[in-house]
Design a protein around this ligand. Structure first.
Ligand code: FES
Length: 100
């Protein structure tokens, strides 16, 4: 059964920034897009780029290795045939949680 897992303080991830977090053995890229948090599997399946190290272009993150652009909301790559898992997020005023 899925549970909410606390993964970061809100203050650790300013707007337009990302942080790599680990929870239950998973590496997750956590993004703050104007106060809305998105969580994606951190490792790009094409050649293991770390998405939390990528640049944001609106609601897309570009993998730093081969420039695949992933939608933050869906985990779908719009430039290659690739996909990463996404996770629900919530905040409580001071912390960020991911549903795992
Ligand atoms: S490792 Fe991400 S696009 Fe190649």
């Amino acid at each position: 059964m899925a549970e909410w897992v606390r993964v970061a303080d809100l203050s650790e991830i300013p707007p337009s920034k990302a942080k790599r977090v680990e929870a239950r053995g998973l590496a997750i890229a956590l993004f703050n897009l104007d106060g809305q948090f998105y969580a994606l599997e951190d490792t790009c399946p094409r050649d293991e780029g770390s998405l939390s190290q990528g640049d944001l272009f609106g609601d897309l993150v570009q993998c730093p290795v081969e420039a695949c652009k992933y939608e933050l909301a869906t985990g779908t790559c719009i430039t290659f045939d690739a996909h990463v898992q996404t996770f629900e997020t919530k905040t409580d005023g001071s912390s960020v949680f991911i549903k795992l």
